[in-house]
Design a protein around this ligand. Structure first.
Ligand code: PRP
Ligand code: ZN
Ligand code: MG
Length: 228
């Protein structure tokens, strides 16, 4: 983004797994906010660092467009959208600045419990359908494995696709494994190890935000080190 600003704007998840730990981490870095009534925007009090509360899926795009300066988001979301951008010829607009040590999960291939799993090569030449919200990461993995499967893109409830008959297997995030279990699926291959990360623009800042971001990163490194 080209706009010059003297306040830093950080996008975090509004609700969900990363919302609470993201706020706690930023608070531990000495940030505090005056909450607005709509609870979408929190004005920074202790420092000129504001929060924007959004859907996690929107965070990479908000950074790419310069609407937000930094974001706390899963590596899965960042990598997926980076791949999708690359596919349509867009430049890499953001990068992972720090791994934050919470929100650990894996992007995994999962198959019906009663399948005997011998390895990815068993999927070759079967023309199977795989449901996922991560088509770009999945397509990359399928190419590496030389598997020609059909990718069925779903924005949510991926785990019910095999029961609905819209796909034979799925590729989705696994944390505790409870969702897979509840749907008679089992995880078989890991495509990505994910956790919450701090993301920022690929190019950095050339105004007052540079010093603010630098200070925040220094404080964050201190907090993360103590937590280890
Ligand atoms: C992920 C994934 C599963 C669930 C797995 O969704 O899509 O639904 O977590 O977790 P488990 O192994 O602990 O059961 P998530 O809640 O991250 O968000 P979503 O609303 O974007 O699907
Ligand atoms: Zn999401
Ligand atoms: Mg889910």
């Amino acid at each position: 983004g080209a706009a010059t600003r003297d306040r830093l704007r950080i996008a975090i998840q509004k609700s969900g797994r990363l919302a609470e730990p993201a706020r706690k981490l930023l608070a531990a870095c000495g940030l505090s906010w005056r909450e607005s009534r709509d609870k979408l925007f929190c004005y920074g009090e202790s420092l000129p660092v504001d929060l924007l509360l959004v859907r996690d899926d929107d965070i990479p795009g908000l950074i790419a467009d310069g609407v937000c300066d930094l974001g706390v988001v899963g590596r899965n979301e960042l990598d997926e959208q980076a791949g999708a951008r690359a596919q349509i010829g867009l430049p890499q607009a953001y990068r992972e600045l720090r791994a934050l040590g919470f929100g650990q999960c894996r992007l995994m291939l999962a198959v019906p419990e009663d399948w005997e799993w011998t390895g990815p090569e068993q999927l070759r030449g079967k023309g199977l359908r795989i449901a996922t919200s991560y088509p770009s990461i999945l397509v990359g993995w399928l190419q590496e494995q030389q598997i020609d499967a059909q990718v069925v893109e779903l924005s949510g409830s991926v785990e019910i696709a095999p029961r609905l008959g819209t796909a034979e297997l799925i590729c989705d995030l696994v944390s505790s494994g409870a969702t897979l279990k509840a749907n008679q699926l089992k995880p078989v291959e890991t495509l990505l190890e994910s956790e919450a990360v701090l993301a920022g623009p690929a190019g950095g800042f050339d105004d007052a935000r540079a010093a603010l971001a630098q200070m925040l990163l220094r404080r964050m490194d201190g907090v993360l080190q103590v937590r280890e």
